[in-house]
Ligand binder design. Structure first.
Ligand SMILES: Cc1cn([C@H]2C[C@H](O)[C@@H](COP(=O)(O)OP(=O)(O)OP(=O)(O)O)O2)c(=O)[nH]c1=O
Length: 193
């Protein structure tokens, strides 16, 4: 069954395509919140995005998601908005462990189910020259925490504990489980045959 992805993130589109799902994209325009609690943040934003699009498309299954980076006990980092933000965020993450949380919500009409997943990531120490080269590259703009593990920042990630797709922006095991609850599966649709 074809569902609606309530997301403008090309990473989420790529992951769901790679998994064989049949879907179309509708941007939600939902204004995201950034709370002190990473789980509360991603659950609330994922729910908001899915609900908003589901209400506009009665009867359709809609998936929304949200990703943040969390420095335990310190702060929640949303998307880096520009070069300065990438420098500030990466400056906090280099040489230490952090956590990445993604919330996933699937809605149909007023009915909605939500879940979240956390993954631990260890970023190695970065030399000044390399740090500046990454900031200048611009890859980190628009990404939670100011880096993209699926891009050049793969060079910085020493170790991860948990689901890799969760760090990229959409935990596929969780998303597929929630979708299955609404009868949506990765196999058997026109897109995968
Ligand atoms: C940590 C990390 C995040 N990201 C991305 C995934 C998300 O797109 C982004 C976090 O922003 P989000 O606010 O979760 O999503 P979005 O605004 O891009 O899309 P939409 O709200 O329309 O669904 O960070 C990576 O691509 N790689 C990474 O390694």
């Amino acid at each position: 069954m074809r569902f609606i992805l309530a997301s403008e993130s090309p990473r989420r589109v790529d992951l769901l395509r790679q998994a064989g799902f049949d879907f179309e994209v509708q941007k939600s325009g939902y204004p995201e919140v950034l709370l002190e609690d990473p789980v509360g943040t991603v659950r609330s934003n994922a729910l908001g995005k899915a609900r908003k699009v589901a209400l506009a498309h009665p009867g359709r299954v809609v998936l929304g998601a949200d990703t943040v980076v969390y420095i335990p006990g310190e702060r929640v980092l949303g998307q880096a908005t520009g070069e300065r933000d990438v420098r500030r965020m990466l400056g906090m993450l280099r040489g230490r462990w952090h956590e990445v949380y993604s919330g996933v919500a699937v809605a149909r009409g007023e009915d909605v189910r939500v879940g979240y997943l956390g993954t631990r990531v260890k970023m190695r120490e970065l030399e000044e020259e390399e740090f500046e080269a990454y900031v200048a590259l611009g890859e980190g703009v628009g990404k939670a925490g100011g880096y993209a593990i699926q891009g050049r920042a793969a060079l910085f990630v020493e170790e991860i504990r948990g689901d890799y797709t969760n760090v990229v922006g959409l935990p596929l095991v969780l998303a597929s489980r929630l979708l299955k609850g609404y009868g949506v599966r990765w196999y058997g649709s026109a897109a995968t045959r």
